[in-house]
Design a protein around this ligand. Structure first.
Ligand code: CO8
Length: 260
């Protein structure tokens, strides 16, 4: 498969996807979305692939936002008629049931911050900077920034970020709960790939269900979520991997997973 705006490689059971428009700080054009949809669909469809990492090329940016130059002269009627930005959630987030990690290597602004928040979790370089500066362009987040950021860091910080357009550094992002780990810049990709390899080595059905369960926490009441969690747990107890996992523990050996 060849792509115009991203690089894709596999390392064992891990797919590494790199946004590759360094001259535009990896700004997210329509072509980037089209390439990402194809790459994530291939990752999802390949049974040998178990986890993905998304990062940005160059040292400066993960992605500095949606491509402002592409949108500057676009008429409002077209944004609406095309339901502009809709594909990010339906074709990328919802269609990717396998786990994936964003490795944020620099600026993650506007759509870049929103793309990072679509991942299951974010590992950030010490150089990472997060922001929702859309207000400075006379608009507001359109790919989940107001919603996912508020769920990740709470109202106070989300309002501060969206209303002032200021950037949050990696330390603040970790304190606020936006990122799971901050690592030295040079360690970012090795650390993200190591985390991905760890996930890739887990029982595959359990990995899918763990992802589904945590995501459910943001969609339900506590009571509904707890019920769904118990049901999903009970379903997993019927798998061969559960029998193998428990036998392997008792026999003090590594489990060998079937994905059923
Ligand atoms: N879109 C298109 N090109 C971009 C973007 C972007 N989001 N960000 C940077 N670039 C380009 C620059 O234009 C520049 O290109 P060129 O060399 O051809 O002039 C190149 O990348 C390098 O950028 P800078 O020279 O600006 O690099 P600096 O180190 O001086 O600054 C910054 C880095 C601070 C990251 C700066 O580039 C910046 O502020 N970028 C824009 C950040 C931003 O506002 N992001 C949010 C975008 S909006 C969005 O994501 C969703 C809503 C959009 C609605 C828009 C309706 C019109």
């Amino acid at each position: 498969m060849s792509y115009e705006t991203i690089l894709v490689e596999t390392q064992g059971a891990v797919t590494l996807i790199t946004l590759n428009r360094p001259q535009a700080l990896n700004a997210l054009s329509s072509q980037v979305l089209a390439d990402l949809i194809t790459a994530f669909a291939a990752f999802q469809a390949d049974p040998a692939q178990r986890c993905a990492v998304l990062t940005g090329s160059g040292d400066k940016a993960f992605a500095a936002g949606a491509d402002i130059k592409e949108m500057a002269d676009k008429p409002a009627a077209e944004f609406y008629a095309e339901d502009f930005f809709e594909g990010w959630t339906s074709k990328l987030v919802k269609a990717t049931r396998k786990p994936w990690i964003a490795a944020v290597n620099g600026f993650a602004l506007g759509g870049g911050c929103e793309l990072a928040m679509m991942a299951d979790f974010i590992i950030a370089s010490e150089n990472a900077k997060f922001g929702q500066p859309e207000i400075k362009l006379g608009v507001a987040p359109g790919m989940g920034g107001s919603q996912r950021l508020a769920r990740a860091v709470g109202k106070a910080k989300a309002m501060d970020m969206c209303l002032t357009g200021r950037m949050m550094d990696a330390a603040e992002a970790e304190r606020g709960g936006l990122v799971s780990r901050v690592v030295p810049h040079a360690d970012l990709l090795p650390e993200a790939l190591k985390a991905a390899q760890t996930i890739a080595a887990m029982p595959p059905l359990a990995a899918l269900m763990n992802k589904e369960m945590v995501n459910l926490a943001f969609e339900t009441t506590l009571d509904q979520g707890l019920l769904a969690e118990r049901r999903m747990f009970q379903v997993l107890t019927a798998t061969q991997d559960k029998a193998e996992g428990m036998a392997a523990f008792v026999e003090k050996r590594a489990g060998v997973w079937q994905g059923r």
